[in-house]
Design a protein around this ligand. Structure first.
Ligand code: ASP
Ligand code: MG
Length: 407
């Protein structure tokens, strides 16, 4: 008998009929002789609605209460799915993250799973029950308060549970057929990827491919849990995320992200310690910086530019202004009209010249590159926001991905 963890995203459980469909899927897996743990998201856009409701009631920050509110979304789904399963003649029980023993750090809204005490889940499985678990949430063992794991966090719940229970497989059911070579809304010729390594998926997810939360891929990699991303609307194969793939693509996929902004501090004195003076307070305030570029000028000053998520722009700008004043810099400029395009492939480790090909393709389309960053298997460029669609399309074609075969 196998143990399968299945996760169903918001669109898959958006209404009563879809919830009954999900229940049928779970029961089919169970009737095939598997033990099943299902992790569910809030119905449809419920999390967004709850966030909007909170903003309507108060314009202040209430981290603990906001988490209490948001965890309710997943709780609604888990109970409804359990009811629908029982109606199909299979015993089911639902558990909140806290009841399932998901222990997290105390950072409300962005808590990290530190341990899973899955006794209660195991006990339910021992009694031959299907267990439905509310995704995206846990509890901090010190404060005893419920926490949420950040947007898309049900993916992390599912993969972490699969690791803790030593499951054979983690299936992520979603509203698309799998992971694509680029966002199909930007590139009509984008194709479903059959297999992708954990390392590649981590890069793609961090670079803006929305289909999996990056942290879930980290769990998959760390505990070697194969993840199957597939459609909840049909039975076809999706994308397998695993340690190794049959073939090592030079470019497996392209991701883009328009949700970052650029902050530039002009005329910074070019002396040791200035970068640390700027980035230390950003780090302590939890403003995660993505790309950094420093230009040296002739008069002994430099310009430092960096990108931050749009959501942290206000906090980041305020800190940059304070630091700029403190070190006698020229000033701070903010640019929200940027976007990042990234190409990812494990074969880049051994193939040279990939960056040059990327830059040539962008140049031939008159797209200016404003910042560049790389990892051994990724190259990212910041471009003007209104050119990012063209950039993704041009790279997909130019790097040979249109035909459905990896470059
Ligand atoms: N419901 C949460 C969200 O919308 C968590 C999830 O769906 O994974 O972000
Ligand atoms: Mg998701």
């Amino acid at each position: 008998m196998s143990l399968v963890v299945q996760k169903f995203g918001g669109t898959s459980v958006a209404d009563a009929e879809r919830i009954r469909n999900v229940a049928r899927r779970i029961v089919d897996t169970y009737n095939d002789g598997n033990a099943v743990v299902a992790v569910v998201s809030a119905m449809g856009k419920r999390t967004d609605e709850l966030l909007a409701l909170a903003a309507d009631v108060s314009d202040k920050s209430h981290p603990r209460e906001l988490d209490m509110l948001l965890t309710a979304g997943e709780r609604v789904t888990m109970a409804l799915v359990a009811m629908a399963i029982e109606d199909l003649g299979v015993r089911a029980t639902s558990l909140t993250g806290s009841q399932a023993g998901i222990l997290t750090t105390d950072r409300h809204g962005a808590a990290e799973i530190v341990e899973i005490r899955a006794d209660r889940v195991r006990a339910a499985l021992d009694q031959d029950m299907v267990t439905i678990i509310a995704g995206f949430q846990g509890v901090n063992p010190d404060s005893k308060d419920v926490t949420t794991l950040g947007r898309g966090g049900s993916d992390a719940t599912a993969v972490a549970l699969a690791a803790a229970l030593d499951a054979d497989l983690c299936e992520i059911y979603t509203d698309v057929d799998g992971v694509f070579s680029a966002d199909p809304r930007a590139v009509p010729a984008a194709h479903k990827i059959d297999e992708v390594t954990f390392e590649e998926m981590l890069e793609l997810a961090s670079a803006g491919a929305g289909v999996l939360m990056p942290r879930s891929v980290e769990f998959g990699r760390r505990f070697n849990v194969p993840i199957h991303v597939r459609s909840s609307f049909h039975a076809g194969e999706g994308t397998w995320v695993k340690e190794e793939t049959m073939e090592e693509a030079v470019v497996r996929g392209i991701a883009h992200d328009s949700s970052e902004a650029k902050i530039t501090v002009h005329g910074v004195p070019d002396t040791p310690g200035v970068a640390a003076t700027l980035f230390e307070p950003l780090a302590s305030a939890g403003v995660n910086v993505d790309m950094i570029v420093q230009n040296v000028s002739h008069d002994g000053t430099t310009d430092i530019s960096f990108t931050v998520p749009d959501t942290l722009l206000e906090a980041g700008t305020k800190i940059a202004r304070d630091v700029a004043e403190g070190v006698g810099a020229g000033g701070v400029a903010v640019d929200t009209e940027i976007a990042k395009v990234s190409i990812v492939g494990i074969g880049m480790k051994t193939e040279s010249g990939v960056a040059a090909r990327m830059f040539r393709i962008l140049a031939d389309h008159g797209i200016n590159i404003e910042m560049i960053s790389t990892s051994p298997i990724r190259i990212s460029c910041v471009v003007r926001g209104d050119q990012v669609g063209e950039a993704v399309q041009a790279l997909h074609t130019g790097l040979g991905l249109d035909g459905g075969v990896d470059a």
